[in-house]
Design a protein around this ligand. Sequence first.
Ligand code: MIC
Ligand code: SF4
Length: 639
Amino acid sequence: MKQSLTRKLIESHLASGKPVAGEEIGLTVDQALLTDTNGTMAWLQFEAMGFQRVVPPCVVTYIDHNVYQVDSRNSDDHRYLQTAARRYGAVFSKPGNGICHQVHLESFSVPGQTLLGTDSHTPLCGAAGMLAIGAGGLDVAVAMGGGPYPFTMPEVVRVWLTGELQPWVTAKDVILELLRRLSVRGGTGKIFEYAGPGVAALSLPQRMTLANMGAELGLTTSVFPSDAVTRDYFRRLHRKHAWTSQAADDDAQYDDRFELDLAAVTPLVALPGSPDRVVPVAEVEGTKVEQVMVGSCTNGSWEDMWAVTQVLQGRHVHPDVSFVLFPGSHRILETMAREGLLADLLASGALISEPTCGSCAGIGHVPAAGTKSLRAFNRNFPGRSGVKGDEVYLASSVTAAASALTGAITDPRTAGTPASLYLPESFAASSAGLVTPDGQGEVIRGPNIKAVPLGEPVAERLEAPVLLKLGDKISTDDISPAGAAVLVFRSNIPAIAEFCFKYVDPEFAARAKAAGRGIVVAGEVYGQGSSREAAAIGPMYLGVRAVLAKSFARIHRANLINWGVVPLTFDDPSAYDALERDDRLRLDGLRQALAAGDRVSILDTRRGRRFSASCVLTARERDILLAGGLLAHTSKGGP
Ligand code: MIC
Ligand code: SF4
């Protein structure tokens, strides 16, 4: 059978199962990537499972989110991560060396290999012909110990690109166009494989933007061929040796396919609240913005920094605007210095940050209350910028730069004729930010590192109140917020649990603790967005034993199971309408039903109504869930 590239990558790494859409498969992991948010827990879990050394040939642990050492807590985590990496055999990427995805592509990506990361934007490396998937920390910890990564085989969709991008239109506009058409649910259970003549016209950073922000569509990942464009970029990165050609067979089979004409895409903007509230820039043109940011793992490439410089050169940032650039990596920042971009940017009044996630995760540059921020980032879930009621618009880096000059959202096509892309011959840079391990030293746990809690085995019968009733599209940012004050507690579950649903309902943590056991009710795609495990462990720690939703996002559902929280789906979505906060639900025979694969019967004791919900589990998931999560399961002798 003629094969898609995705299928080739999966079949060459298949550890178990049949790669049939909807069936669980296990994938051998060649590379793993950890951050300083989910990564700390992943290392603690790796240790708790008794592993002595990482098995995959390439494991890299990054300090990129919680970089600022405003007090000793982040530094505690950094020291733990650095000493654990050294001891157990992982490369350590120092604070300020760059955002994990950008650095990983530049320094470690290998076309044809698999990558598992603790971060939802791990698919960025799919731009270089890898199969790169984001997962919860526990799944990555198991993979670091040599275990395969279990997941449901997605449908493989061919996205056939034709045409070429028009001047001032970028890959960011293309992914916004896909979000406009398909919504944040549109990629659920799917992998997008890009193909067609339009791919050859996309630079590697443009492919990175598309692969990266496929996470916002809910895709398992995105895959690009590794071709002459990839090879040329690898040469400039001095990594020609790592390049191989990766391509689908002609006439390969796909589960679905659609076409997109790049020439028809225009500059777009996502309105505050969700990356899929997309409109043409003309609809919001003139909206005053007080803050403009360019960077993140979506728009922190050389190409973004260069394009912004072209727009700003010889002009000044508007007096009412704070304009900040976050280069994606130290290598890019160093190249910007060598190639003379920095002087022009500084002269125009731009602020240059260290290469970190920075304000993308709500760390620093929090907008003033009641003001608008325009960001060439990837997410604008409510409150993510660090302030309740924020108004964050998403756009391309050139739309952002044009708007920084005027102080209002501006169509970049007003900026004249763009220069054609300049790529430096060499992205040579110092490798001082990457520390290779020697298997030595003690692992140091400072006072901010707390023990990993264990889940409880699922009870035969659960009786508990509805602690919260939520609507559709609840993101992990809603469940466990981003922001400096919260992220600092990523290795301290008792402390981070206090922030659960803080912006949605500040009384949630107190109410959950008082109830002892609780259930959360929600609508569609519960847990979309970040892979953050704290959004499963925090509620579990507060006593949440089940989430009853219309549907779940992939990574969050896996995280709930890994921590022993039952993800139940309404059999009849109209049962959702009848439920209210504080209803008391009784789930008789819950354990029995999960074990037998039966529907779960639920009695709303306050109203005397009965309805049913399902939790379709693979045998592996069922064993883990019933045991109270993966750690509880492994400590009982499970895999
Ligand atoms: C995000 O963009 O939301 C984060 C912060 O990078 C998260 C990771 C985390 O919360 O640890 C993600 O995307 O998975
Ligand atoms: Fe960092 Fe933002 Fe990318 Fe998450 S989305 S990895 S916070 S830059």
